[in-house]
Design a protein around this ligand. Sequence first.
Ligand code: CA
Length: 230
Amino acid sequence: MVTVLVVEDEENLLEALRYNLEREGYAVRTAIDGEQALLAARENRPEMVILDVMLPKLDGFEVCRILRRESDVPILMLTARGEEIDRVVGLELGADDYVTKPFSIRELMARVRNMLRRSTRSSATGDSAGVDVLRSGDLEIDSTSHIVRRGGERLELKPREFDLLALLAKNRARAFTREQILERLWGHDYYGDSRTVDVHIRWLREKIEPEPSKPVRIVTIRGVGYRFDG
Ligand code: CA
């Protein structure tokens, strides 16, 4: 059974999350402060952690930082509205994704399913060494041959476009900042600015999106960056 650890000090929200997760068949462990969260994570070894930012004792950022040193369990952070900086900080701490409060339970459950699907797949195949062909809808991304097909038709992608697509698609549902993308693809000592990323995203969208002006595969996360949704 897949275990999800929910860390939230607001009792109503905690119960709502527990109810919905259990209804989908997950085993749920809960914690109401940061110290409990660490103990519960070490004891129960959950497959995923849903972690509120504002918590008694240790806050969610601190918990995330410590958990990340100990394991690569997927972490979904719950942040309060308008905390743009907190969001980015949360991601840089090693959280895999975040949801802004107030959120709909439906959206949250979709994220949970997405994150668990992604982490099960990568652990089953040994992550980087494993997945050669990644499929998403009519898209097929082959990391061995660097060939991308859409509906069976081969797409002409420049090497950088391929790398960008592969990075985002392998980390499906995880938001990347422009800076993180620049660093991964162009390296630390690249002096360009983050608009370089936007330009490559635009080119990529023209090739892989059903309707490039209304992207559904690579979506823009306002104030943060980009995320591959499938
Ligand atoms: Ca809270």
